[in-house]
Structure formats: structure tokens, C-alpha cells
Design a protein around this ligand. Structure first.
Ligand code: WT7
Length: 653
């Protein structure tokens, strides 16, 4: 990050207030330390206790951790459960009329869905899936906007043991097709489209395109008529509207009890190769950590109104919109729109109107809203807030302090949660009633998560030294594998040089208090607005264009997005200049949007006659990262085969 200086200058400690701690689930450092000690003393007993506390089992488990086939760990393997029962049915006796979801659309229309209504909608839709031949273990792709129906679709899959794979609505037809084909999904759930920031976004059209390009596994497409449209697909798949699919279906659906290890979902994320990885999560272990962290880290109680702004297309939307909060039976806000429409006060207006008490968002959103000035949030009554959270990337202390003072009125703790698609749930985060906060640090590992910072041989690094962030023992919500690629799973997360540790892919350091500071990725992954993208993924998209011979992509620090994408491109034929270069930039930006989605569109594209390479042909990304920032190349360039290219890429020639 570019803000090392401000990190160093902000060393204030923010201790939990007595008002917060007194009512918190874990209300003191001593209570926290006792949990850490319990997990160290009796690791399996600790997790077994939590698994019984947070999850309702249909068949209780007798075995906690099975590590006989490490790193393919199993948790609670002989237990059986249904995740939708845990998120809905078990609340019904006491909370049938309680609001589960407050849905707010882009244009401000608000709908309240009670737990009973959620139950009925999920049951009907689960029956509709069954009527289309979907059975336990079948894969269903969900390509929907951020609306309550997405949660209904996910829970309906869980109800019958189908494995969902949600694809973010901002991904292109090409990206969608790759995910459909990798999962061999039988059914796709989508919508005609939706509104974001007053603009119409089409989704069904992307599904049509994906299917035209070949998705042989898809038998059925169900389209939610969200904008009042009708399905118009031309593929061989059977098409129907959501209304047609649920028509006549009963509001009861016998849940399918699955083994704890049965996959609940597959979610794709970027890695260091061009091909995204299908991260597989379990049912039982996943739900344990999802519910436990909502209780401990978000301190959610029955009277909270909780709002996580993430889209269900990302892991945050899985764990902290669909599964965690509903497992605890709380009321939450689900918002379809964007923070800046109709104006930059939208989030704060919604906090006031819905009396949100726990609010969770990304540093990039905080930075963007901070830029609009304090007078925007100051217009609203934000006194309902009692806890704030962030996720996705390191938060710079300036944004942290603004969030704390201007949004939280100086009274709300901020929980900076470090975790990943792969960890399934929070792994390192301050428990807000117990832990002193230091802006910019995600503080301490949660009890039971044995995170540490080690060198390349697995040896703990000294205090304040950078190293690899690892988790030394398995935990219930860890990924189980990469869909269809056990070898890649092993190689990526449990490399031979580390003694059985989970390698997170981040670098970090620990300070003298044991607090963890995330420094950045160690692989070729960039983090744009809290979204993870592989540099190779963008490069593969670029070189797939007929005019591109070669491409290298790096991240450049960006004051709102965290990082932005810079691409260095060699075209076939002469290097384009002037108007031709401008036209080519536009072509390639559109091309990447089509191949992956708008989030992958490079901010800056530069053309060269070639790329800086070592004599053995390896692209020297370190130099490109410097050039992208406008800094003259520093460090060793002696292994460079073609030093003159640096001047050209810097634009000096
Ligand atoms: C990567 C995981 C987990 C949900 C959102 C992103 C970065 C995540 C933090 C944080 C510093 C963070 C890491 C991590 N990251 N949270 N609080 N502080 N960095 O999930 O797409 O799987 O990305 O996001 O680099 O490895 P993801």
C-alpha cells in the first residue's frame, strides 16, 4: 500500500467503551483470552462445543476433526444437517413474524420479508427446482442482482442439497459460460435485468450469449421477471419465468438432510493463473464459522438491524448476507442499488430510515464517500449505529478515523475483518467488546484460528518482520478443495515448503502486541475496490484479442479503489501511436469488459515494441509496477535483456 507513512503516524489505540462492552457477547479481553486458551488446550473440544452451540444438527456428530487425509480435512463428518433449516425453520416457533430481510431497490421501494415468508418462498422455489429434476449434488448457477430473491434461490438450493454457484452479475457472458461449464450446472437462475444507479443492466441477455457459446450441461433456465420482461432465449435449454416455475408449488418442502461435508456451494475466485478457482465450501463446518463470527465479531443480537453492503456474488455476500445473519435469526437490509444514487447520501439515508445498528462495508466505499465531504453524512441521523465493520483490503488510517468519527460518531468500534473466499468466514478480526483497536490493523486471530507469520520454511519471523500469513491448523469453514482440481488445491494452499500450514497468499507482519498488519498479496493477484483479480486472468483476456501479441498487467496504488489495473501491451505489427493508440485503448478496454466484466477493465493501457524481460524470457513485473506508478526504474536492471524498452514504456520516447 502507498500509505505506510500514514500507518506509522496513526498509532492511537481505541479501547472498547464500557457501554459497548457491557452488552457485548464477548465483553472483555479476559473473556477473549479464555477462549484463546480453551482452543489451545482442547482444539477439537472447542470447535465441537461451538458447532453444537451455533448449529442445529439433525444427526449429531460424534467425530470433530478427521485429519487422516490432510490437507483434505473433514469436520463433524458423521453429523447431518440442513442449512436452510438452520437459517429459517428453527427460528419459526419464536420469530415467524420477525422481519428477516428489508429489501430496498434502486428506486427506493422497500419490502419487508418475515421469516415465515422467507420460509414459504424458499420452499416453493425449492419445489420448483425439484420439478425441474434438480437433486442433491446437482450444480445450479445463480446469476441474479443483489435482491432478496438471490438469497431465496441460494437457500432453496441448500434445502434440497443442490450445490449453488453464484456468479456476480457484473461478470460477462464469457466469464459466466466458463463458470457454468466448470461446474457443469444443470440449471441457471437469472433475472431479465435490474436497475443500478438509475441505469438498466441486462442479465438474461448475458445468459443467452453464454448458452449460445456452448453450455451443454444446462437443461433449464429460470428467469425472474424483475423488470417485467419475458424470456427470449434461443438455446436448446428449457426456459421459464420464476412465476411459472413456482406456480402451484406448495409452501412446504421437506428439507434434505446432508452430511456435514456435503458441498454447500462453489464460488469462483482469482488466483495466479488465468483460470479462476472454484472454491468448494462444506455445509456443516462452513455454517459453524459463519454463525459464530456473526455472533462474536458483529455481536449480532435479536434487536439489531444489520446491513452488509456486499453483493451475493462475492463470498462476503454468502457468509455475511445469506448464511451467517440468517443462521442467527436477525433482521438485515439487502440493497440493490449503489452508494451514490440518487446521491452520495444514499447509505446514510438508509441507515437513518432503517435504523441500522451494525454496518459492514469495504474501504473503497468509505474512501469514495469520504471524498464527498462530511456535510453529506452530517445531514442524517446515524445514532442507531453501534458497530461498524470493514473488509476486502487494508483500510488506511485516514479512512478508518473518518469512518469512526463522522459515521460512527466516535462511539462505534470498527472491526477490520481479514478473511478470504477460501477461509469462508472471518479469521483475523477484533472482537469489538474485547479488543483494543489500532487503525490499519485487523488485530488478532479469532480464538481457534491459529494464524501466524512465517518465512518460506515455516519458521516464525521476528516481530515487525514481514512474512507469509499462514494458518497452522485447519478450521471448520476452510475451503475443502478447488472444484475438479485437488492437485491445484494442494499445491496452492499447502505447498511443500511449509509444514502442513494453510498459505493465505498475503504477506503480513506482527507487531509487539501480536497484532497483525496485512501488507499485500504475495502472488500475482491485485485488489481493485476489494475485488480480487489475477493479473494473468486479465493478461489472458488481452492476448485473446486478435491484434494483441503479448500483455503484462500490474496493479497501481489508487486512492479510492486501493489498486487500479495498468496493462502493458505489445500489438501485432507496428506499435500504435496517437489516434491509433487511443482507438486501440478503447477497443481493448471494451474487449476486457466483454471477456471478464467491467471490474477488470484496465485504467491505463500502454503500448510497447516489447516488454522488459530477463534473458531467460521472464517479464520483470517489478519494473512495470514502478513504471506504472511513474517512478523511474530502481533496483537491479542488469538481468534485463532490452533496457531501452523502459524509456519507451515510461513514455519518454
Ligand atoms: C483477499 C481476499 C473476504 C471477503 C472479501 C475479499 C484481502 C480481505 C482484508 C482486510 C487487508 C484484506 C486480502 C485477502 N483482504 N480483507 N481486512 N485487510 N486485506 O475476499 O476476494 O477472497 O480476497 O482480500 O489480500 O487475501 P477475496
Amino acid at each position: 500500500m502507498d500509505n505506510l507513512e500514514s500507518i506509522l503516524s496513526e498509532n492511537r489505540v481505541f479501547s472498547p467503551s464500557p457501554e459497548f462492552s457491557d452488552r457485548a457477547r464477548i465483553g472483555s479481553r479476559a473473556a477473549f483470552d479464555a477462549l484463546v486458551a480453551e482452543a489451545e488446550r482442547d482444539f477439537e473440544g472447542f470447535w465441537a462445543r461451538l458447532a453444537r452451540e451455533f448449529v442445529t444438527w439433525d444427526t449429531p456428530f460424534t467425530q470433530t476433526l478427521d485429519d487422516s487425509n490432510a490437507p483434505f480435512f473433514k469436520w463433524f463428518a458423521d453429523g447431518r444437517l440442513n442449512v436452510s433449516v438452520n437459517c429459517i425453520d428453527r427460528h419459526l416457533p419464536a420469530k415467524a413474524d420477525k422481519t428477516a430481510i428489508i429489501g430496498e431497490s434502486d428506486d427506493g421501494t422497500v419490502t419487508h420479508i418475515s421469516y415465515q415468508e422467507l420460509h414459504d418462498r424458499v420452499a416453493k422455489f425449492a419445489n420448483a427446482l425439484k420439478a425441474q429434476g434438480i437433486e442433491k449434488g446437482d450444480r445450479v448457477v445463480i446469476y441474479l442482482p443483489m435482491i432478496p430473491d438471490a438469497t431465496v434461490a441460494m437457500l432453496a438450493c441448500a434445502r434440497i442439497g443442490a450445490i449453488h454457484s453464484v456468479v456476480f452479475g457484473g461478470f460477462s457472458a464469457e466469464a459466466l459460460r466458463d463458470r457454468i461449464n466448470d461446474t457443469e450446472a444443470k440449471l441457471v437462475i437469472t433475472a431479465d435485468g435490474n436497475m443500478r444507479g438509475g441505469k438498466k443492466v441486462t442479465l438474461k441477455g448475458q445468459v443467452d450469449k453464454a448458452l449460445e457459446h456452448g453450455c451443454p450441461s444446462v437443461e433449464t433456465v429460470i428467469m425472474l421477471e424483475h423488470l417485467g420482461g419475458v424470456p427470449t432465449g434461443t438455446s436448446s435449454a428449457k426456459e421459464m419465468t420464476w412465476a411459472e416455475a413456482v406456480d402451484g408449488q406448495p409452501a412446504e418442502c421437506e428439507p434434505v438432510m446432508v452430511e456435514a461435508e456435503h458441498p454447500l456451494f462453489i464460488l469462483y475466485t482469482s488466483g495466479s493463473t488465468g483460470k479462476p478457482k472454484g472454491i468448494v465450501h462444506s455445509s456443516g463446518g462452513y455454517l459453524v464459522n459463519a454463525a459464530m463470527t456473526c455472533s462474536w465479531v458483529f455481536d449480532l443480537n435479536d434487536d439489531d438491524v444489520y446491513w452488509c453492503t456486499a453483493d451475493v456474488g462475492w463470498i462476503t455476500g454468502h457468509t455475511y448476507v445469506t448464511y451467517g445473519p440468517l443462521a442467527l435469526g436477525v433482521t438485515q437490509v439487502v440493497f440493490e442499488g449503489v452508494p451514490t444514487y440518487p446521491d452520495g447520501g444514499r447509505f446514510w439515508d438508509m441507515v437513518e430510515r432503517h435504523k441500522v445498528s451494525v454496518f459492514y462495508t469495504a474501504p473503497t466505499a468509505i474512501r469514495a464517500l469520504m471524498k464527498l465531504g462530511d456535510e453529506v453524512p452530517n445531514k442524517y441521523d446515524l445514532s442507531s449505529l453501534r458497530l461498524l465493520g470493514t473488509v476486502g483490503e487494508p483500510i488506511n488510517p485516514e479512512a478508518w478515523v473518518w469512518y469512526h468519527q463522522v459515521i460512527g460518531g466516535g462511539r462505534c468500534p470498527i472491526t477490520d475483518t481479514w478473511w478470504q473466499t477460501e477461509t469462508g468466514a472471518h479469521a483475523i478480526a477484533p472482537i469489538p467488546g474485547a479488543i483494543d483497536l489500532v487503525p490499519g490493523s485487523c488485530t488478532l486471530p479469532l480464538p481457534g484460528i491459529m494464524a501466524d507469520v512465517v518465512d518460506d520454511h515455516g519458521k516464525k519471523v521476528p516481530t515487525e518482520s514481514g512474512g507469509n500469513l499462514v494458518i497452522k491448523r485447519p478450521w471448520p469453514s476452510m475451503l475443502r478443495t478447488i472444484w475438479g482440481d485437488d492437485e491445484r488445491f494442494k499445491r496452492t494452499y499447502f505447498p511443500d515448503n511449509l509444514p502442513g500450514y494453510y498459505l493465505a497468499g498475503d504477506s503480513a507482519r506482527r507487531d509487539q502486541d501480536g497484532y497483525i498488519w496485512i501488507m499485500g498479496r504475495i502472488d500475482d493477484v491485485i485488489n481493485v475496490s476489494g475485488h480480487r483479480l489475477g493479473t494473468m486472468e486479465v493478461e489472458s483476456a488481452l492476448v485473446a484479442h486478435p491484434d494483441v501479441a503479448e500483455a503484462a498487467v500490474v496493479g497501481r496504488p489508487h486512492d479510492v479503489k486501493g489498486e487500479s489495473i495498468v496493462a502493458f501491451v505489445v500489438v501485432k505489427g507496428d506499435r500504435p501511436q496517437g489516434d491509433a493508440a487511443e482507438a486501440m485503448v478503447k477497443t481493448l478496454r471494451d474487449w476486457v469488459t466483454e471477456q471478464i466484466g467491467p471490474i477488470a477493465k484496465p485504467d491505463d493501457i500502454r503500448f510497447g515494441d516489447n516488454l522488459p524481460k530477463t534473458r531467460s524470457g521472464k517479464i520483470m513485473r517489478r519494473l512495470l509496477r514502478g513504471i506504472a506508478k511513474g517512478e523511474p526504474p530502481e533496483g537491479d536492471t542488469s538481468t534485463l535483456e532490452n533496457p531501452a524498452i523502459l524509456e519507451q514504456l515510461m513514455g519518454n520516447d
